[in-house]
Design a protein around this ligand. Sequence first.
Ligand code: SF4
Length: 467
Amino acid sequence: MRSLILIGHGSHLNGESATAVYRYADLIRERGLYDEVVEGYWKEEPSLRQVLRTTSSTDVTVIPMFISEGYFTEVVIPRELGLGHQGPVPPGGVARVIGGRTVRYTLPYGVHPSMTDVILARAREALPDFSAQDTALIVLGHGTTRNENSNKVIYRAADLIRESGQFAQVQALFLDEEPKVGTWPEVISAPRVVVVPFFASEGWHTLETIPEDMGLTGEVTAFPENPHGAQTVYYAKPVGTHPAVADVILHLAQEASGALAQDGDVERGHEQAWQTVLSRARRGLRIGEVMITPDSGVYELRHALDEGRPGAELRTLVTPEGVRDTIRKDDGGEHRPVHTLRNAPRGWRAVLSEEDLRRAVHYAYPAVVEETYAHTCHALRATPWPTTARRQTGIYAKVQKATPEQVEHVAHDVCTSCLRTRLWAGEKLTHTFLDGVPGGIPCAEACTVLVAEVREEVSGKRGEKAG
Ligand code: SF4
């Protein structure tokens, strides 16, 4: 039995941020090579701290879904997973035994040599008949003076493609460092130019900054009076959204497993947690705002406030992914980075097999089953606020300055709308949804929404917002 975890950054503000990771997880799941494919995030649920606990096997491979090596892949993710490793990840990855699971952590997918295939696939989409006679390729990266690793992968990919002899010229250019993208008319002499952005997703840079810096007006732009003569630029989509990235992920996972790979076993604690939930679900169960009703060998899930409404009035979902995509937004279409906040959408019902029920509950309430069961076994450790604050980085590092009173003030506002009980603040939880108390769910560690609100408080912006 083998589990694969894909790690993304996620966002507590923007639901689209996690979409690419979900899409690749779906693609790999369809191939059936792993018993399960699980997603985990820094800024959404399940969090990096929770995600290992949500895997059902003792053999886990973790792929960081990042385009280059850097602070997140070398420091944040290993630390949050408890890998006991910091710094550059060796080519074969890092393997550790954590809580009975063998965990293999790999390099980010973007640095894998087979990303050159993805660059070529994107180039071919933009200009199917590119040729070594008249076409130049620009591999375009972000680049930054803060992280020398981020450009290495672009140079290496450009070198490999240059050696293959498929283009008249191959050039690495960057947005934020030399050689800059705006210099392309001086450095490129071929009449046809394909530009492939080495970016993880479509966004501000690929849609606005790059076209602006290059003077592009669409997917194909003619430049009749450039220094080297007339040139036409063909602008490709970013590499990170190409379906072939799924193959790169599988290459990485297989290489991490190595020749001595053996399948793992069912993780006993995880299985016990789910068997406990399923035995309750067979008699009918409420978890938070969601009610589970057994019906002739299948299960129906719906919002508890929709109890009694005729099925014809509700949108019927038949897959766990349907539940996932529905429940990630509230009734107003707003992103829900924390699912235990009491704002689950209404108006739907899901009809699922017992196997699919597990995944649907996982999507509806990520890590809740595992953490609640661990709590009932006295095996859930709470993380005090100062520890959580110390782990915040970048613009969130300022939450370390928050006083206990400020944290409590914010928690009073934010956590009142949440089902969870704050173990990290010393609150007690004596009965859980497993005992028939739907809202009985432990909170072992301050979540991303609370951290963001504490930052606003420290910055003096919460009052402004309220005012
Ligand atoms: Fe809920 Fe507060 Fe815990 Fe966040 S920190 S999950 S809002 S109880």
